[in-house]
Design a binder for this molecule. Structure first.
Ligand SMILES: N[C@@H](CCC(=O)N[C@@H](CS)C(=O)NCC(=O)O)C(=O)O
Length: 287
């Protein structure tokens, strides 16, 4: 790899396997399956193929919130997709998500299975199916969807931009970290001003917009993302902090954030979830 201050892009870009980055072994410039690997199918209506990253947590929180609200039809099996081992490039996973990213969901409750990929699409699908956490009144619905799509558009700046260059890149590039830290702080300020006026992001009610935003910006201000709380001076965003703590206290959120989690505190890890009672079982040792 060249020094970032002296690098001149060649006329034609070429793929260099193993560029030293944390995800060098899985990153590649083409799509599609690399190997045959069927996906497991459990007994519940919903089959989730995911990992406990912020994008995965959005969906497990939604499923746990639906169950907590009495929607028994939202029962699910959560299978682990180890993205650091290339499970997302297995043929079965690619059939469910041609983009090879977690989370991916299959609804097997009807005559034919329905696949859904992209965390935002999964949240809307579930909200519409159960008539929950997405207001039906047009103005409230528009507000909720606006914030949901705001999150889908802004997460790549926080994760792919700031998180990548601050925490994962093999070299610390001041220009890149400055650029994305500035944008993340601007986004936090957007949220802070909004949450100074309303209890939840879309207004009075807790919705899928909160479920999408909390795993990213909520966990960021609570200090559980990229170890960047001090760097970004997150205590400045006191309305975001108030909201983040309130959501963190919800039982369904506490359950949802544990599902498909394979890192951090072992007591919080539940690599697969096939039954509500799984939350009560001791965590098996990691291989
Ligand atoms: N826009 C997608 C992003 C999903 C995404 O980036 N997933 C990451 C983990 S958080 C992933 O699967 N990465 C595997 C890879 O890039 O190969 C969504 O919200 O569902």
């Amino acid at each position: 790899m060249s020094d970032s201050s002296t690098y001149t892009p060649p006329r034609v870009w070429t793929f260099k396997q193993g560029n030293g980055g944390r995800f060098a072994s899985i990153n590649r410039p083409v799509a599609g399956a690399t190997h045959d690997q069927a996906l497991p199918v459990g007994r519940h209506p919903f089959q989730l193929y995911s990992l406990g990253t912020p994008n995965g947590v959005k969906v497990t929180v939604m499923l746990e919130e639906l169950l907590a609200a009495g929607h028994a039809g939202a029962e699910y099996d959560a299978w682990l997709i180890r993205i650091d081992q290339g499970d997302q490039f297995g043929s079965g996973f690619v059939e469910v998500n041609p983009n090879s990213k977690i989370p991916a969901l299959v609804d097997r409750s009807g005559a034919e299975p329905i696949r859904v990929f992209e965390s935002g699409a999964i949240l809307v699908y579930l909200a519409e199916k159960f008539g929950a956490f997405l207001p039906s009144e047009p103005a409230a619905r528009a507000e909720c969807l606006s914030w949901l799509f705001w999150q889908m558009g802004s997460a790549p700046f926080l994760g792919g931009g700031f998180g990548h260059f601050y925490a994962y890149a093999p070299v610390k590039i001041e220009y890149a970290i400055d650029r994305y830290a500035m944008e993340v702080k601007r986004q936090l300020d957007v949220l802070d001003r909004r949450l100074a006026e309303v209890a939840f992001v879309a207004g009075d009610a807790y919705t899928i917009a909160d479920m999408a935003i909390w795993p990213w910006y909520g966990q960021l201000v609570l200090g559980s993302l990229y170890g960047a709380a001090e760097f970004l001076q997150v205590q400045e965003y006191r309305h975001v902090l108030r909201w983040a703590r309130e959501i963190e206290a919800r039982e369904a959120v506490q359950r949802g954030r544990r599902v498909n989690r394979t890192f951090g505190d072992p007591a919080l890890q539940l690599p697969e979830r096939h039954d509500a009672s799984d939350f009560d079982r001791p965590v098996p040792a990691q291989s």
